[in-house]
Design a protein around this ligand. Structure first.
Ligand code: ADP
Length: 366
């Protein structure tokens, strides 16, 4: 099959005009981060933030234009507010709290590597926070492998009540937005760092989150540049790190801690997932990996240890089936573990909010 080239794609995009300014989106320098891999194409269209909400037809037109080229299997175009500054990488401007004025706090759930149960922890933590009577949102920023549509059991496309911003999707009393709702499941996600940032900013700016006590952010796994920039761009109140007990994973957890320290984001603590194995037949507890490593490591690093969650098929089946255990089995010991973790996370958040308040400038009338 013929392989489509970057030049062909840019030629095709030449024919797409900016509706406000008239010129081609290529000539106006609006295309960024073009990626072509085995017929799969991804790029960003840079627009001014105020114009963002009205640019969907332009995005679609660009996507359709490229889709029409021979050899193109899929196209993903995203709108981004980014503008590279002085030729440097896009995405260095910090997002300010004004983007989501009704959101009181934001907690990132991070991990040093994939597959440690970060998303499972994020969703159960969000549900346990909900059970504390808090208004909770879940932002699935794991753009490489969005799992929240499946874990929260939400399907379909987001709609817009006001015609400008997307309404978050909702289930189990939690508001959620995920790239999984916006791109086809088969679409290979070959985002570059700046495009990820643009998408994330859109999730904050163009989604009508309303009032939330806490937004839980399921971060992409790992501690690379994209994760670091994301941690810098989201006004995080704090972060929790999920790790499995293996030493290697703990070394990764340490990288996670260092990443947040670099960005001055308070680390609220470490959670040990798949801490020990519970036999589904006899209930016997087996410590497969030297259990307790995470607690010792947390102590060593001066981090709080938030708790441990066992490796249990019930946890996998419930979250992979759209009914995470905190929701489907509220009395189980695993749910109790998540609740204890949520209590500590919320204590940490309240401390950070109080600190921020104390630091805020005060007006004294004399
Ligand atoms: P990550 O977000 O770190 O990539 P996931 O949360 O997607 O990891 O988990 C990976 C897989 O492991 C999923 O199938 C999930 O259901 C399963 N899993 C996660 N935590 C547990 C656990 N404590 N017990 C059993 N299975 C788990």
């Amino acid at each position: 099959m013929t392989q489509v080239t970057e030049t062909q794609i840019l030629e095709a995009l030449q024919g797409v005009a900016d509706p406000d300014r008239g010129g081609s989106i290529v000539d106006l320098g609006m295309i960024a981060g073009l990626q072509v891999k085995d017929g799969h194409v991804a790029f960003a269209i840079q627009v001014d933030p105020e114009r963002g909400p009205h640019m969907e037809p332009l995005r679609k037109a660009a996507e359709d234009r490229v889709h029409g080229l021979p050899g193109v299997l899929s196209v993903t175009a995203v709108l981004t507010a980014e503008r590279p500054q002085d030729g440097g990488p896009a995405g260095q401007v910090p997002v300010d709290d004004v983007l989501m004025p009704g959101v009181k706090s934001i907690v990132a759930v991070a991990s040093g590597k994939g597959g440690v149960g970060k998303s499972t922890t994020a969703v159960n933590l969000a549900l346990a926070l909900r059970d504390k009577g808090l208004k909770v949102g879940l932002l699935d920023a794991d753009i490489y492998g969005p799992s929240m549509p499946r874990m929260l059991g939400i399907g379909g496309d987001p709609t817009s009540s006001d015609g400008h911003r997307l309404d978050p999707m909702q289930n189990h009393g939690i508001k959620c937005m995920s790239m999984g709702f916006l791109v086809e499941e088969e679409t290979p996600v070959i985002w570059r760092g700046p495009m990820v940032m643009g998408a994330l900013e859109q999730f904050m700016r163009d989604v009508d989150w309303g009032d939330l006590d806490v937004m839980v952010v399921d971060m992409p796994p790992g501690t690379g540049d994209a994760q670091l920039t994301m941690a810098q761009r989201v006004p995080l109140t704090g972060a929790v790190i999920v790790s499995t007990p293996q030493d290697i994973a703990l070394a990764d957890a340490r990288k996670g801690l260092n990443m947040f320290r670099k960005t001055d984001v308070p680390v609220l603590g470490l959670i040990e997932n798949m801490s020990y194995f519970v036999c589904p037949h006899c209930g016997e507890r087996t410590e497969i990996f030297s259990h307790g490593g995470a607690k010792a490591e947390a102590d060593l690093l001066g981090m709080a240890f938030l708790g441990e969650v066992p490796l249990d098929v019930a946890i996998r089946e419930t979250s992979d089936g759209g009914h995470p255990i905190v929701d489907s089995d509220p009395e189980s010991p695993h749910t109790r573990a998540y609740r204890q973790i949520a209590d500590q996370v919320w204590d940490g958040v309240e401390q950070q909010l109080a600190r921020k308040q104390a630091q805020a400038p005060r007006i004294v009338l004399q």
